[in-house]
Ligand binder design. Structure first.
Ligand SMILES: [Zn+2]
Length: 410
C-alpha cells in the first residue's frame, strides 16, 4: 500500500512539475517575479494525473464493492434500455424511409467442419477442412486414412471394390499368418493396378496395416511386403476401421438466430454463396422459356423481358427461413433448398422451451403441411417467412432460454 501511495504521489508531482497540490483543489499560484494576484484559470488534469485519479477511483469502488454491485446492475439495466431504444429508433427511421442510403446487411453461409466441429464462412471451409485433416492424419493415421478413402474417392463403385480388395489383402494375413505368399503383393499385379493404385489413400492404408513398398532388384519388380507380421489385433482393427469409416463432408450450419421484431423486418441481401448456376439449371431454365415463348405471350412486363435476357437470373441452393413467434420474436435458420418442409418443423421443435402443438402459416396461404415437400417446391427459397400459431397460452416466450440469450441484431 505504501508503495502504491508513493507512486501515486510521485506521479502527481511529476505531472505538475511544480508545487504539489491535491487533485481536487485549484493549483496553488506559482511564486514568480510577477506577484500579480490574478487567479490562474484551472487547467485540465494532465494524462498521468487522470490515470492516478482513475486508480484512486478504482480503489474506492473496490472498498464499496457491496454497493457497487447494485449500482452495476442498475447501470446494466440502463444500458439495455438505451440499446432497446436505439434499436427502436433505428427501425422507425428505416420504416419511415431513410434519407441516407440504407446499409443492407449481407447474409453469408457457414459450414461446419466434420473433423473439429468449427463453423466457417463457406468460402473458407475447404482450406480449413484440408488443414484439419492433415493435423488429424498425424494424430490418428488409421482413422483419418480410412475417412479420406471414403471421402475423396467419389466413384462409389470403385470405392467399394477398392475397400473390398484392401480388406481382402489384410484379412488373408489374419487367416494364414504363416503363409508368406500373402505377405508379398506385386505392385504391377493387374488387380492392384486396377483397384488399389488409383484409389486415393489405398497405398497409405496398406502401409499402416504393416506392408512396406520395396523395389526388388533381382526381378526388377516392386512389392508390398510385410517384413514383420503385426499382431492379429492390429490387422483386425485396420479391416474394421476401413469397413466402418464414413464419408466426412462439411455440413451446412443452420446458423440459428433469434431476432427482435424490428430487426426481423429489415431488408437483407444474400451473399453469392446462396446461388450458383449449374449446367442442368441453365438447361431447365432455357426449356421453360422456350415453352413460355411457344405459348405466345404477347404482354410482357419489364421483369419478364429482363428474365429472358438472363438479367437477375439466380438459382438458389440455400434459403433463409424465418419463423415469427406469437410474441413477435423471430427464429431464423439457414436451410438447403433441397431440405424438406419436415425439417423446418423439427428445427422449430428443437428451439422450443417445452413441447407445444403448433402450425406454421405463410401469410395468405393455408397452414404448411408437415411432409417431405422440398422447400424449393413449397416456395420457401431463397427465403421464407412463416408465422407460428399455437393454442398454448403462456406469458413467457416459447423459445428456449439458450436462444433468447442469443437475441441479436443481424
Ligand atoms: Zn476443422
Amino acid at each position: 500500500m505504501k508503495k502504491f501511495i508513493k507512486k501515486l504521489v510521485a506521479d502527481v508531482k511529476f505531472a505538475d512539475a511544480g508545487t504539489g497540490h491535491r487533485l481536487n483543489e485549484e493549483p496553488a499560484p506559482k511564486p514568480g517575479p510577477s506577484s500579480a494576484p490574478a487567479p490562474t484559470p484551472r487547467r485540465p488534469p494532465s494524462a498521468s494525473a487522470q490515470s492516478a485519479g482513475a486508480a484512486a477511483l478504482a480503489r474506492f469502488e473496490a472498498a464499496n464493492n457491496k454497493q457497487s454491485s447494485g449500482l452495476k446492475a442498475q447501470q446494466l439495466e440502463l444500458k439495455r434500455q438505451m440499446q432497446r431504444q436505439a434499436s427502436e429508433e433505428r427501425s422507425v427511421s428505416v420504416q419511415s424511409g431513410p434519407r441516407e442510403p440504407e446499409v443492407v446487411p449481407q447474409l453469408g453461409l457457414k459450414m461446419v467442419c466434420p473433423v473439429c466441429g468449427v463453423s466457417c464462412p463457406k468460402p473458407d471451409i475447404s482450406a480449413h477442412f484440408e488443414s484439419c485433416l492433415e493435423k488429424e492424419l498425424e494424430l490418428k493415421p488409421l482413422e483419418t486414412t480410412c475417412t479420406m478413402i471414403h471421402t475423396l474417392n467419389k466413384d462409389e463403385e470403385k470405392l467399394a471394390v477398392g475397400v473390398k480388395t484392401l480388406a481382402f489383402f489384410v484379412q488373408n494375413v489374419v487367416n494364414c499368418p504363416d503363409d508368406e505368399k500373402y505377405k508379398k503383393i506385386r505392385v504391377k499385379n493387374a488387380g492392384v493396378q486396377k483397384k488399389i493404385m488409383p484409389l486415393v489413400g489405398g497405398v497409405e492404408f496398406l502401409e499402416i496395416a504393416g506392408f512396406t513398398r520395396i523395389a526388388d532388384e533381382a526381378d526388377d519388380e516392386e512389392y508390398f511386403i510385410m517384413l514383420e507380421t503385426p499382431t492379429v489385433e492390429h490387422l483386425n482393427l485396420c479391416v474394421e476401421t476401413l469397413q466402418n469409416a464414413k464419408k466426412a463432408a462439411p455440413t451446412l450450419d443452420r446458423d440459428v438466430k433469434v431476432l427482435q421484431p424490428s430487426v426481423g423486418s429489415k431488408r437483407y441481401e444474400l451473399s453469392s454463396d446462396f446461388y450458383r448456376i449449374t449446367k442442368e439449371d441453365l438447361m431447365a431454365e432455357q426449356k421453360r422459356r422456350a415453352e413460355e415463348a411457344e405459348r405466345g405471350e404477347i404482354l410482357r412486363t419489364k421483369a419478364m423481358r429482363d428474365r429472358d435476357a438472363g438479367i437477375g437470373m439466380r438459382i438458389y441452393h440455400y434459403t433463409i427461413i424465418r419463423i415469427r413467434f406469437p410474441d413477435g420474436l423471430i427464429l431464423q435458420g439457414t436451410f438447403s433448398a433441397h431440405d424438406v418442409v419436415e425439417s423446418i418443423f423439427k428445427f422449430v421443435e428443437s428451439a422450443l422451451r417445452h413441447p407445444v402443438t403448433f402450425n406454421l402459416i405463410t401469410p395468405g396461404c393455408p397452414a404448411l403441411k408437415r411432409d417431405s415437400t422440398l422447400l424449393k417446391a413449397a416456395g420457401l427459397v431463397p427465403s421464407g417467412l412463416l408465422n407460428l400459431s399455437t393454442s398454448d397460452q403462456t406469458e413467457f416466450t416459447l423459445l428456449s432460454d439458450d436462444l433468447v440469450c442469443k437475441l441479436s441484431d443481424l
